[in-house]
Design a protein around this ligand. Structure first.
Ligand SMILES: Cc1cc2nc3c(=O)[nH]c(=O)nc-3n(C[C@H](O)[C@H](O)[C@H](O)COP(=O)(O)O)c2cc1C
Length: 325
């Protein structure tokens, strides 16, 4: 075990830094570059249910026979799927770090069968990126959460590889939902996804994409929950995602209790080899503090271990603006 090694989803990673699901993990070239730059693992670009369906729906009927149209749709679906499975197989031949494919899904109905093909292709684990945008005002939080649970239960019946669920942070009670994942024997949770969001351009009066890349201030939405979740008696690994732009950011998440740390925006901006610098920043800090392994300090500042746990609970600013502060 090297100085930076960690265990995540039962896998040994030589560094806590994982290249998170994005275009940066969509080709063999990027995957190899990630390994060469010191990544502990890669999460492949998600196979998007929405993306494939849209593609399928754009195809004009080639015959007047519905059966033939279904066949065309099936062919296109399985073709994208085959490309994805090939990427997994070839990545497994090419690199020694764990390869974690990702599926983006919206329902408990889709993709469960396909997950088995991913496992058979040699995946080390599977990350599930469930994105449910509640647009129906009659749908309750419990209705949405049920979709996660049904999906997990289905996947758990057919997969033997570990599963991690990548979630957004908009739940009524994050601790409860992660507890429910744990009860269903999910091995890991990725906290958090950072979704594509709309913004408004007041000059053109158009709805435009908000910045797709994070900045390190976004850590503020993540740190509390990693510190709280890692302090629970849950045998579920936490992978931090959002706002990691330096080795120092990764250290913060590890101190809060993350088992691994995913990086995306920083690598888009600085290139995949920036991982080398991040690893060396972590090592230098560990040397300064006298830590010889990540386990020496992981979780040291979580909700349970930090001397002032109320720091994680505090949500209001009253004291901040009073004369006491
Ligand atoms: C261009 C781009 C593409 C992404 N594609 C995916 C994806 O396919 N699946 C996924 O789960 N997350 C995807 N993400 C989200 C990232 O994996 C990551 O969770 C998010 O960007 C937050 O991490 P960061 O602050 O390091 O960027 C994408 C992010 C970006 C910027």
């Amino acid at each position: 075990m090297g100085k930076l090694s960690v265990r995540y989803l039962g896998l040994e990673l030589k560094s806590p830094l994982i290249v998170s699901s994005s275009r940066l993990t969509s080709t063999l070239g990027y995957i190899k570059e990630s390994e060469d730059s010191g990544a502990g693992a890669v999460v492949l670009k998600s196979l998007f249910e929405e993306q494939i369906n849209q593609y399928v729906n754009n195809i004009q009927p080639v015959t007047s026979y519905p059966e033939a149209d279904d066949y065309t749709a099936y062919y296109i679906k399985s073709h994208s799927v085959d490309e994805y499975l090939n990427l997994i197989r070839k990545a497994k031949e090419l690199v020694n770090i764990p390869v974690i494919p990702s599926i983006n899904c919206y329902t408990a109905e889709g993709w469960t069968g396909f997950a088995r093909n991913i496992q058979d292709a040699g995946a080390d684990a599977l990350e599930i990126n469930v994105f449910l945008l509640p647009t129906d005002r009659k749908q309750t939080a419990a209705d949405s959460e049920k979709i996660y649970f049904e999906l997990i239960e289905k996947l758990k019946k057919i997969l033997t590889i570990p599963i991690s669920i990548k979630i957004g942070f908009r739940f009524s009670n994050i601790l409860h939902i992660i507890d429910q994942f744990y009860m269903r024997k999910v091995e890991g949770v990725v906290m958090f996804n950072r979704f594509y969001e709309p913004d408004i351009d007041i000059n053109t009066l158009e709805v435009v994409p908000a910045s797709i890349f994070s900045n390190e201030n976004e850590r503020r939405m993540v740190l509390r929950w990693i510190g709280m979740v890692s302090a629970q008696d849950l045998k579920i690994d936490v992978s931090a995602s959002t706002g990691v732009h330096s080795g120092a950011d990764a250290i913060r998440y590890l101190l809060a209790g993350a088992n691994s740390v995913q990086v995306c925006s920083a690598l888009y901006e600085k290139g995949i080899p920036f991982l080398k610098k991040m690893n060396s920043q972590i090592e230098t800090w560990m040397d300064q503090k006298g830590y010889s392994s990540i386990n020496d300090f992981r979780g040291k500042l979580n909700y349970r271990n930090y001397k002032k746990p109320l720091a994680f609970e505090r949500t209001q600013f009253m004291k901040y603006f009073s004369s006491e502060d």
